[in-house]
Unconditional design. Structure first.
Length: 262
């Protein structure tokens, strides 16, 4: 399997981040989508930039974006390889202006992410990885630093959690878990915390969509970790009409039976 060079994808993500920051610096309108999730001009500016740039870079590979998700399954089920993007992951964090939002670009091959870029516009940090070269974290003006999951996991266990989403299922999971501490973070950055060894487990026991996770899953897996459903099966993509993910777990230490705490 040949993979595209990841550096041009990193640049596309950074360019999209710059477009997002132009909106972030102004007063902006917030619209509501059909599912009541927020939408801003920044989402659309990033979407248009990424879709156009990927179209020029890899004209033979289709693009599925959160902002163009109406492509019917009958059509996308024929895709063996495609780009899956979230132009602005963490729009709620964007609206709150807490900086914890990202640009996510993933390449899906035969149902699984094989390359992913997660860019944080406010800090300029980029996480990226692929099945060939491993996973990296790069500061805005720095050199890429190789990252790996923590194995064995720390004690107390560091649990990545969401600022915007915390439900009964997560509370029950935490009650069963051995001594632990929470690391709160927004958007796909929770997966990246596991990838760079700053968190041990991220249990997502609430709704997400495929574009929310694909890029960061590629980074986690390139860093030696796993992203699985609650039966510990690797999270797969474009397998059904719905683009919703099942509940999932992100972890580095696979010697622990994380399923036992569900």
């Amino acid at each position: 399997m040949t993979l595209p060079d990841i550096q041009p994808i990193n640049q596309i993500a950074r360019d999209a981040g710059a477009a997002i920051l132009q909106v972030y610096a102004q007063d902006f309108e917030v619209q509501e989508k059909a599912d009541s999730s927020p939408l801003t001009q920044a989402d659309m500016a990033s979407h248009r930039l990424i879709e156009s740039a990927l179209g020029k870079l890899t004209p033979g590979i289709p693009v599925l974006s959160e902002e163009s998700a109406a492509i019917p399954y009958a059509q996308r089920s024929q895709w063996s390889r495609y780009w899956l993007i979230d132009p602005l992951d963490g729009t709620r964090e964007f609206v709150k202006r807490n900086g914890e939002f990202t640009v996510n670009i993933a390449l899906i091959d035969e149902g699984y992410p094989v390359l992913g870029v997660v860019h944080v516009p406010v800090t300029g940090v980029t996480y990226f990885g692929d099945t060939r070269a491993g996973a990296f974290r790069q500061e805005a003006d720095g050199n890429p630093q190789h990252i790996e999951v923590t194995r064995p996991c720390a004690s107390p266990i560091r649990v990545a959690g969401s600022r915007s989403h915390a439900g009964d299922s997560l509370v029950k999971f935490l009650q069963k878990l051995p001594p632990h501490e929470m690391v709160s973070m927004g958007s796909s950055l929770k997966l990246c915390l596991v990838a760079e060894g700053k968190a041990d487990i991220y249990p997502r026991l609430g709704p997400t969509s495929e574009w929310d996770t694909a890029a960061a899953q590629a980074v986690v897996e390139a860093a030696g970790g796993q992203v699985t459903d609650t039966d510990l099966q690797r999270l797969a993509y474009n397998q059904k009409d719905s683009l919703l993910n099942p509940h999932f777990l992100v972890f580095g230490d696979d010697t622990i039976d994380w399923k036992a705490y569900l």
